[in-house]
Design a protein around this ligand. Structure first.
Ligand SMILES: Nc1ncnc2c1ncn2[C@@H]1O[C@H](COP(=O)(O)OP(=O)(O)O)[C@@H](O)[C@H]1O
Ligand SMILES: [Mg+2]
Length: 336
């Protein structure tokens, strides 16, 4: 499509009041500007596109910086949440089509909450991400925040736990009060502390209490945000937890086809000399997306530092063998 064709379709979508098509085309146009490295134009267009969305909700977008102060731990004074903004698009998230559709549906329901509301329906907004480490749980939350243009509130679950009795519940309350003051994508990351309780210095009862507290607050949560909880250890979560979520998304290790896409993605920035990536998709069985990314970065580094601008099988093989060694050491460590 030429730019003129996109603009023409954009106008038509506006005329037909087809919001979804309008946003899709506008986003596509912005993407093209980005690809041409017209970054300032892209940024301005993006801000213009979402200007109305930002202005009629008080605390999202830039204005959050003036909103209520970030909650802090009373005793130690450290912040309980971090607010972050990302710029990731769907294309850089490699997942099975089924999983991507689930994520896109969450975004769609949130975007069209006003349409759902006319039917007395609410968007899904309590989501559990579970599965293997390095498969994109945190990354997917960042992507959802990016495509919605809503800042991500990042809450590391263990930072809420205070060594002072009673303080934990107060911390959690503060976090929820903060969330309820605005519109965000909220990520409670690594909520699997429950499984670590045995060798922790935290009292077992305290952990149970905080989890129950969390679930209660989740139950009564009425805010205008998407709450995502992520865990690598879904099997240790209490069955009571599962009921509280509107959607559960499982992140599996990538298939051969997905591994190929990941290799292409993470080696995109370098010229390749006679490399059959399909072979490497086979060789990386059992690798997570994060493992593949790290291997690719290593291979690119070897290439560049060898004063070459072309990746060959020798750098890729070397990076791969180093990574496999690493996995072996990790497994030998025995603290699975
Ligand atoms: N499905 C994926 N597609 C593309 N990149 C991924 C994917 N999963 C992970 N990555 C890369 O690996 C990094 C670490 O993954 P992360 O989302 O932290 O894993 P998890 O939270 O599941 O342990 C991400 O920042 C991203 O660069
Ligand atoms: Mg993570």
């Amino acid at each position: 499509m030429t730019n003129t064709e996109i603009l023409k379709k954009l106008f038509l979508a506006f005329a037909k009041d087809d919001k979804e098509e309008f946003y899709r085309l506008a986003e596509e146009y912005i993407e093209r500007e980005k690809k041409k490295k017209h970054n300032i134009v892209a940024k301005e267009l993006k801000e213009a596109l979402y200007a109305s969305k930002f202005s009629n909700k008080s605390i999202i977008g830039r204005s959050y910086k003036n909103s209520i102060p970030i909650p802090r731990d009373t005793e130690k004074g450290f912040p309980l949440v971090e607010i972050k903004e990302y710029d990731i698009d769907w294309d850089s998230l490699i997942l099975p089509e089924k999983t991507l559709q689930l994520l896109k549906q969450i975004v769609k329901e949130f975007r069209d909450a006003d349409i759902l509301a006319t039917y007395n329906l609410k968007p899904k907004n309590k989501i559990l991400f579970c599965g293997e480490p390095g498969t994109g749980k945190t990354y997917s939350a960042q992507t959802i925040s990016s495509v919605l243009h809503i800042p991500l509130i990042y809450v590391r679950f263990d930072s809420i736990i205070s060594s002072y009795l009673g303080e934990t519940a107060a911390n959690l309350r503060k976090v929820f009060d903060f969330i309820e003051s605005g519109t965000w994508v909220v990520l409670f990351d690594e909520v699997d502390i429950i499984g670590k309780n045995r060798d922790d210095h935290y009292e077992h009862g305290e952990i149970k209490r905080v989890v129950n507290n969390f679930l209660q607050m989740l139950d009564t949560f009425e805010g205008n945000s998407i709450i995502i909880a992520a865990t690598n250890h879904q099997h240790i979560l209490d069955p009571a937890i599962w009921r509280r979520f509107d959607e559960i998304v499982y992140f599996d290790l990538p298939s051969e086809n997905e591994r190929l896409k990941l290799l292409e993605l993470y080696l995109k920035s370098i010229k390749k000399n006679k490399i059959d990536l399909a072979q490497y998709a086979k060789k990386t069985e059992g690798f997570s997306p994060s493992d593949i990314r790290m291997t690719c970065i290593e291979a690119i580094k070897y290439t560049i530092l060898n004063d070459s601008d072309q990746l060959t099988t020798s750098e890729l093989d070397y990076a791969l063998s180093r990574f496999i060694e690493r996995i072996n050491i990790r497994n030998r460590g025995g603290n699975a």
